[in-house]
Design a protein around this ligand. Structure first.
Ligand code: SF4
Length: 327
């Protein structure tokens, strides 16, 4: 039997209520942002979580850390039921579960020095104070490829890539076990993206970190992920190890996302699958398979019956009626 996963997410749901009427007193519907998501992450592993904007991937990351409260479902971290913890227990657990945000401009307080930003989690968790905290901050700056003298500067004095390094240092300060990387490179220039991804990979090796790496593009997570989950309209539609996903994608949505990635070799031609239409509204998702309104191979059954999310062999999970038929 393998070791227990570090993180286990079971049937996680987040429906944001929509209110209307006088003093917003009447609930008229809900945004089904996350609608029954299940996955595990093993220690030292990186799980890539990918999908178009609005598919619920960032909400999933925030639900795991309880930055927003789930509607239902379960989150287990090292055998602890995260959703049953009280405020004090949750505060202690946050030391082990950190987040790096997408926007390195908005996520750093412009009025705080970099030293105070990185030192803040050390203060909140009572880990280090005074000289000891200063020393730790300087060490962290060097770990992420900045210099100790940067501690006295303010966020506006740094480039986007450097700011994201500050965000990484802040997340690392409390020696976390899991880091939710919420589109950490999406706001950066392509040339800088690889540097930040390489840094995250080096730190993972050095400190045995576990990552949930959220991105809207399959090419971004390719190098860093061990396994990849693809989300569409609040649900995971495919989850498998990296090689299977990129070499043998089974879900039509994954195939379409992959076909949109340019191939660097001009002699190779890849068949493009263009997705028609926009992502439907999560307020009123399509019946049956949620992808049926855009799926190039949809059949009648797809409109009425939701496909189960099942292991079709070797830990390759897919939710598609046609894939099951061909097994
Ligand atoms: Fe397409 Fe049907 Fe499979 Fe959904 S279940 S992905 S609509 S073929």
């Amino acid at each position: 039997m393998g070791a227990a996963p570090l993180l286990e997410v079971k049937n996680l749901v987040k429906h944001f209520p929509i209110y209307k009427g006088w003093l917003l007193s009447r609930q008229v519907g809900s945004v089904k942002a996350v609608d029954g998501v299940t996955f595990t992450i093993n220690r030292g592993e990186t799980l890539g979580l990918v999908g178009e904007s609005g598919c619920g991937k960032s909400t999933t990351g925030r639900l795991i850390l309880r930055l927003i409260e789930p509607t239902s479902g379960e989150v287990w971290f090292e055998g602890n039921n995260v959703l049953s913890l009280d405020r004090e227990q949750m505060r202690a657990l946050r030391k082990d579960m950190q987040i790096i945000f997408q926007d390195p401009y908005a996520s750093l307080n412009p009025r705080m020095t970099v030293g105070d930003i990185i030192g803040e989690p050390l203060r909140i968790h009572g880990i280090a104070s005074g000289r000891e905290r200063e020393k730790r901050v300087k060490e962290l700056l060097e770990v992420v490829g900045l210099s100790s003298y940067h501690a006295r500067r303010y966020p506006h004095e740094f480039s986007g890539g450097q700011r994201q390094r500050i965000g990484v240092a802040r997340a690392l300060a409390v020696n976390p076990k899991l880091i939710v990387c919420d589109e950490p490179v999406s706001a950066l220039d392509v040339s800088i993206q690889a540097q930040v991804i390489n840094l995250l990979q080096d730190l993972q090796e050095q400190y045995g970190l576990t990552y949930l790496f959220i991105a809207h593009d399959l090419s971004v997570v390719k190098h860093i992920s061990d396994r990849v989950a693809v989300m569409y309209l609040g649900k995971i539609v495919e989850l498998t190890d990296k090689n299977s996903l990129y070499q043998n994608p089974l879900h039509p949505y994954t195939k379409a996302l992959l076909s949109a990635i340019p191939i660097p070799d001009p002699t190779l031609v890849r068949e493009r699958t263009l997705l028609e239409g926009d992502v439907p509204s999560p307020i009123n998702p399509p019946s049956g398979c949620r992808f049926h309104t855009r799926c190039p191979v949809a059949e009648e059954i797809c409109k009425h019956q939701e496909p189960a999310f099942e292991d079709v062999g070797g830990g390759h999970y897919v939710a598609c009626h046609l894939v099951k038929k061909s097994q």
